[in-house]
Design a binder for this molecule. Structure first.
Ligand code: ATP
Ligand code: MG
Length: 421
């Protein structure tokens, strides 16, 4: 017996409706915001991620699934969706289409992490990426799309935290202040943080080690170092969010995992799913497209982890709509009538009615037992009499009520019934 790889999960037949519901909700929200779907390959040249996500991030430094293909190229399974979306934008000349370019994706992502609750090696993201808009309105639109997505799923146990990490110029001064703060305590910090101290001190605030977290709790806050433009952008974003009634708190500790973020960063966090509480994270990445060889292009987006959303919905008893069951099960008394039932069921399906019949050569009793288990809304038995009269006794499985319906009117009748639910 060969088992599933560590940190991955199967979706079983009775679980997939939950996936379809979340993905369907994502697509609905994306449509409301005029975001169009993009699909990028599961693997890309490794360099896309080392340049696009950043060499000194956990994702690139420790978590990538990198392999050499038979042609000797270094390839990597996508650890996130933003770098691929930016590559698609550049490579296909989307910058010459009307701006902003609004895109979304639903994709698997791969990270070699220690599997635990809310942390998998293959997981799935719903992401939105918007290119070309630098105004705070764009930031507010992206955040409100994420917020509507969570709202439509019925998720309540979540809070929005926002921050601004400024631009290159305000960050330079802030990084100096951070280095000054961390310098005397560097010896107590983890080896990764000592590297970050040299390469990108801002990322020390994102460290998950307890000792490092304790030390960084007293660090200077970026919001005190923003230049007038970045401060103005952040203030405008806040007032736009206020205007839409989107509730948030400012958390100056959020810096986000990726390197090319600038200005707005945000997370939707829950306390109901343990240590991995971030269900959705995003931000502005004005530097990414040019970093990858495109023209300077402002951009902003988010990604929500679908498995974490499911965990949150399960832990907070957030209901899913019921799984759709067959509308009718048509049983047959014997060989010939089972064959007749088979024909009627095929015709019903052609009419758009989900219908089931026996495929197991079961007795009539066993067929009806199966009909019950299948959750079919209606059932009927085809015997010799029914074939002669052209009518069946249609049983409503939820209340037991029976009514006589012509076989050739079954489809229309069932469709009308379903509409009235
Ligand atoms: P974390 O701090 O939890 O490691 P991150 O900053 O690495 O998150 P992002 O790169 O922003 O995460 O990814 C966006 C979202 O994808 C996260 O908010 C989370 O919901 C989900 N996610 C990230 N890594 C994993 C994983 N290993 N397993 C499941 N979901 C994940
Ligand atoms: Mg991570």
């Amino acid at each position: 017996m060969i088992n599933i790889p560590k940190g991955t999960k199967d979706v079983l037949p009775w679980q997939s409706y939950k996936w379809q519901y979340i993905e369907g909700t994502a697509r609905d929200v994306a449509r409301l915001y005029g975001m169009r779907e993009i699909r990028t390959p599961v693997f890309e040249h490794t360099e896309l991620f080392s340049r696009g996500v950043g060499e000194n991030t956990d994702v690139v430094g420790k978590e990538m699934y990198t392999f050499e293909d038979k042609g000797g190229r270094s390839m990597t399974l996508k650890p996130e969706g933003t770098a691929g979306a930016a590559r698609l934008f550049i490579e296909n000349g989307l910058s010459s289409t009307p701006m902003p370019v609004k895109t979304y994706y639903i994709t698997p992502a791969f990270r070699y992490e220690r599997p635990q609750s809310g942390r998998l090696r293959e997981f799935h993201q719903f992401g939105i990426e918007m290119f070309g808009a630098s105004a705070a309105e764009a930031d507010a639109e992206i955040i409100s799309a994420a917020s509507l997505f969570l709202e439509r799923l019925g998720i309540k146990d979540v809070r929005l935290e926002i921050n601004s990490i400024g631009c290159k110029s305000c960050r330079a001064e802030y990084n100096r202040a951070l280095k000054e703060y961390f310098k005397p305590r560097l010896g107590e910090m983890c080896p990764t943080c000592r590297v970050r101290y040299e390469t990108n001190p801002l990322r020390m605030l994102d460290c998950k080690e307890e000792e490092c977290k304790k030390i960084s709790a007293g660090a200077p806050e970026i919001t005190d170092y923003l230049c007038p433009e970045c401060r103005g952008h952040f203030e405008r974003l806040k007032s736009l969010l206020d205007g839409q009634g989107v509730k948030y708190t400012v958390n100056p500790r959020i810096v986000r995992g990726l390197d090319y973020y600038s200005r707005t960063v945000f997370e939707f966090v829950s306390d109901a799913i343990g240590a991995q509480g971030t269900v959705c994270g995003g931000g502005r990445y004005d530097g990414l497209v040019s970093q990858l060889g495109g023209a300077e292009t402002p951009a902003i987006g988010f990604a929500a982890g679908i498995e974490r959303l499911m965990l949150l919905m399960d832990n907070t008893q957030t209901p899913y709509p019921e799984e759709e069951k067959p509308l009718i099960y048509l049983a047959g008394m014997d060989g010939p009538t089972r064959e007749a039932a088979f024909g009627i069921v095929s015709a019903l399906r052609r009419e758009g009615v989900s219908a089931e019949c026996d495929l197991m050569e079961r007795s009539i009793k066993a067929q009806l037992k199966y009909a019950d288990k299948s959750g079919a809304a209606f059932s009927a038995v085809i015997g010799g009499d029914e074939l002669l009269s052209g009518e069946v006794n249609l049983k409503n499985m939820s209340d037991g009520a029976v009514r006589t319906v012509k076989i050739n009117e079954l489809g229309a009748y069932l469709k009308k019934e379903k509409k009235s639910w």
